[in-house]
Design a protein around this ligand. Sequence first.
Ligand code: ADP
Ligand code: MG
Length: 698
Amino acid sequence: MSLSSAAVTAPNPVTVLRGVGDALASRLRALGVETTQDLLFLLPSRYEDRTHVVPLGELRPGQRAAVEGEVLLTEVVFRSRRQMLCRIGDGSGFLTLRFFYFTAQQQNALARGARIRCFGEARRGPQGLEIVHPEYRRVDPQSRAVFEDHLTPIYPLTEGVTQGRLRMVVGMALDQWGSSDIEDWLPPTVLADSRLPSLRDALHYVHRPPADAPVDLLLSGRHPAQRRLAFEELLAHQLSLKLLRRRIQSDPGWPLESNGDLKASLLAALPFRLTQGQQRALLEIERDLTLRKPMLRLVQGDVGCGKTLVAALAATQAVQTGRQVALMAPTELLADQHAQNFKRWFEPLNVTVALLTGRQTARARAASLQGIRAGHAAIVVGTHALFQESVEFSSLALVIVDEQHRFGVHQRLSLREKGAAAGHQPHQLIMTATPIPRTLAMTAYADLDVSVIDELPPGRTPVKTVVLVDSRRDEVVQRIRTACLQGRQAYWVCPLIDESEEMPYQAAEETAAALAAALPEVSVGLVHGRMPPRTKEATMRRFKEGKIQLLVATTVIEVGVDVPNATLMVIENAERMGLAQLHQLRGRVGRGHHASSCLLLYRTPLSPLARERLAVMRDTNDGFVIARRDLELRGPGELLGTRQTGLAQMRVADLLRDADLLPRVQVAAESVLRDWPLHVAPLIRRWVGHAEQYGRVG
Ligand code: ADP
Ligand code: MG
């Protein structure tokens, strides 16, 4: 049964609330709010304490407070511009209210003797303390008591809707709870297990915390009411990914039974043996590939652990059964490199490898397309152009995606669509060098099984990292000379200097020229993203062949490039780069038998965060340690890449702060899927949206 229609009563549009007309409704829509339920999930970003009035005599500059007093004088004056000043007093002190925009009506209402209560930030003015444009209202001098009895929520992003208006409509939605059908989709068992408050209690609390609420706890997002909402949000994301997995696996895959001859021939031609880690991952992949169910597997392994080869060996299993393999790389450069590797491995075995990128000549492209359609091309390597354009496969059975963090879950989705043919889904193998902590991986990749390659090929000496102030460039140049004279090669990575489009390339060109002048005995090459692809490829090829000894590059070489003879990596302005990027760049060296170094050049002044990052790089080569530090320093959104799932844009939950919830969220997800299937779609719709694309339940 499809859940998109069942089990959900039609949600109430916000216009059911008294005083909410079309105009307000359309402004609310701009905030993503259509229903009364949406209103309740628009959560405050902070709170103000208006539960008691601060005597004017105790008010301090900088304090945000509620005050009350009697109007002593209201006058319109011209001081550089027209403005209204209103002086109030309460017996303990005085305060000026200053308005630059006001109506005659307001002026009349603030007549001498009126009693008003206002809220705002006090600051020093020409006549003592003042508040500019306070929120205010007249109060009846007779009934003095009515204060706010709870903290006042301040909502984010309220463009076109005042805070007061928003508070009012959210308040109405809360009060009309009974009639507005907002269901608690957390099953009672889950709720009891998680020891968290009910949805109703949680929402009431976050919109109207009691006057004595622990404000610091609320501001840090760790109050049980917020954790309840975070739990539900994490659960919804988890469910969406699990559903995605089910949907993919509801179509059969191609069971790939092969006798392993091709694999054996490929292995026999290699000058080395697989590491234990590679063997283990390969075994898991091979087992999946023989199943009738499409594989959904992620291979995680630090830079340089040899994921490409694992992918190639997996490909043999499809090729040998007469089916096709597509390998998708995040950049043209990497697609080229993979194509070269695969050609080197497969062409001696009479297996045709085709390349398909967006930048090929029309003729090369037509030839590739023809080969893919006819099935001559057993392995097709390309960029995402592979899946966006009208590429027809003859019998695609395995899709391999390299460096997964560059692609988001939705790209994976479209890729699956592309590969689905004749009611079958291709197997999927995803390779990532972003080593993330286990619970986080289980959350971010809940739709995938995970294999980990936890070792590097033997004989590698760890890269030695040195952090150097930029003024010591001369020493760095000297080290490049020494390395090149010893037959080694080096990279020099120039940073993105600012947002300007031209600058980085210009800087790289100037650096290359300066280095060529300083090192006449060294051949210097340059690659950057703006170069014609042919020039770039030619330069890369000459670097690989050792004809270029020093390669000056922008961060285009960040991922994947493999030149084992390169032993020196110089990174300029390293203080501006993130840990993940630095780790990727450093991973370009230390790939062969020679000892390698990475020199991180920085410019002063160093921010504390930059100092910390450089220290992490100097102290460890371990991708997992770096990822954990990165997570702590930057938060998970950055680590996973902005395009990664919806996890980076969650509303309440924070993967780092709420990491301790994740194991329970996983258990809850299993239980909801098994015992409460009707709750799945509403949960996804509430927190993730577009429940339909995640497919059916049950
Ligand atoms: P990554 O996992 O970062 O994609 P690569 O696949 O580029 O790593 O492999 C890095 C280098 O290690 C390549 O030169 C590759 O040929 C080599 N390599 C892969 N597996 C082994 C192995 N088992 N023993 C020795 N070298 C290996
Ligand atoms: Mg790689």
